[in-house]
Design a protein around this ligand. Structure first.
Ligand code: MEV
Length: 426
């Protein structure tokens, strides 16, 4: 097991970080070349991925450190443009690691394909007909993707939902085990494949045939339990921090305005991993927010309680992610990042992503409940401003420090400092 703690990693320059990756994870020179030159996705490849392609867009890849999930150390590639996300999640993972790490589990990889039926002359009889033809419908769905069934996956069950308003409508759900794929293509193909049979059985007209992003059969969960003493810092004692986090969670659980921001923080981490693993982050986002509103009110995706001297955190959310298919095979950078994360299955990835979301949320709540997020954010924001002003190398940190000290993190100030430094050097 490769240690997920790499002390001082953030202080190394890029070349030294790459040397660590080579030593610890066996990345080749070619792998590192892909990471360092942004040469992973070539123009020619990108042109095959979307229409009217005009180029390739770069984003930073950070490495989330210190994670231990179900007893296994993990380093987490994260693609994200927002400063402080990677540092914050790594800090919290370190605290949780010292307390034993995250535990988690995931449901079987079952997704829902929806088939909408309108104009059925007798909706009640149509529901009975669909339920009675379960085996026939499943066989028809599985015939669309025989290789899925051969891999032990495929359509497993059906559900029928009936709506009376705004007009009579029946919706057939195909429950499809997607194994290690996210499954969108297979699900949509199966939903389309059963449509003629569904029309025959219901006497109605099939309209939409598409997966549901509310993948609530495919949830992942993560938990952590941290002694109060491990939370102290920045002049706050551990119990005060734990109670502050609990209070912050309660706020999000009753107030949708807060819950939206709270969950945005959760998704800061989860989306970054979704992108770094070639997954459809819009789908994960859609599922998360729909799930957060499942009881009719939009609420927190996490839960934090302070009990028996410990802060206890939990998260549960749909995790429609795969380790095969999609862009995972096409994008060379994804292949390299995969060597770092080294997940065994989609379920495994889902649990890790849930743990990242929980750690990200914990970091945000800890900061919000204590010193506020601005101090940490401003330091990192200052580095972005220094970069934008044209600083390079060690000048970036020098200018950033100067901006923070002046309390004036502005582009024109950074440009002026840069010019002064250059003149002094000249
Ligand atoms: C910023 O990207 C995320 C936070 O706003 C999350 C939160 O408020 O919980 C800090």
């Amino acid at each position: 097991m490769t240690d997920s703690r790499i002390p001082g990693f953030y202080k190394l320059d890029l070349a030294a970080r790459h040397a660590e990756l080579q030593a610890r994870f066996g990345l080749s020179d070619a792998d590192l070349e892909i990471l360092s030159q942004g040469a992973g996705l070539t123009w020619a490849r990108a042109d095959k991925m979307v229409e009217n392609c005009i180029g390739v867009f770069g984003l930073p890849v950070g490495l989330g450190l210190n994670f231990r999930v179900n007893g296994v150390d993990r380093v987490i590639p994260m693609v994200v443009e927002e400063p402080s996300v990677v540092a914050a999640v790594s800090n919290m993972a370190r605290v949780v690691r010292e307390a034993g790490g995250f535990t988690g589990d995931a449901d079987p990889p079952v997704m829902i394909g929806q088939v909408q039926v309108l104009d059925s002359p007798d909706p009640e009889a149509a529901v009975r007909a669909l339920e009675g033809a379960r085996a026939h419908i499943l066989a028809r769905a599985n015939a669309v993707h025989p290789n899925m069934a051969a891999r032990g996956a495929g359509a497993r069950d059906i559900e029928v939902r009936r709506f009376d308003a705004p007009w009579p409508m029946i919706v057939l759900h195909l429950l499809i085990d997607c194994a290690d794929a996210m499954g969108a293509n297979a699900i949509n193909a199966m939903a389309e494949g059963v449509a003629p049979l569904v029309e025959q059985l219901t006497g109605g007209r099939v309209c939409l045939r598409i997966l549901s992003n509310l993948a609530d059969r495919r949830c992942a969960r993560a938990r952590c339990r941290v002694p109060f003493a491990m939370l102290e810092g920045n002049g706050f004692d551990g119990e005060a921090v734990a109670l502050g986090i609990e209070t912050a969670w309660k706020f999000a659980d009753v107030c949708p305005y807060r819950a939206a921001t709270h969950n945005k923080g959760v998704m800061n981490g989860i989306d970054a991993v979704a992108i770094a693993t070639g997954n459809d982050w819009r789908s994960v986002e859609a599922g998360a927010h729909a799930f957060a509103a499942r009881d009719g009110q939009y609420r927190s995706l996490t839960r934090w309680t302070a009990e028996d001297g410990h802060l206890v955190g939990e998260i549960e959310l749909p995790m429609a992610v795969g380790t095969v298919g999609g862009s995972t095979q096409v994008h060379p950078t994804l292949q390299v990042l995969r060597k770092l994360l080294a997940v065994e299955s989609a379920a495994d990835l889902g649990v890790i992503m849930a743990a990242v979301g929980l750690a990200q949320n914990m970091a945000a709540l800890r900061a919000l409940a204590t010193e506020g997020i601005q101090r940490g954010h401003m330091t990192l924001h200052a580095r972005s401003v220094a970069l934008a002003a044209g600083a390079e190398g060690e000048l970036v940190d020098r200018i950033a420090d100067d901006l923070v000290q002046r309390g004036e993190i502005k582009l024109h100030t950074a440009q002026a400092i840069l010019q002064q430094l250059r003149e002094a050097d000249a």
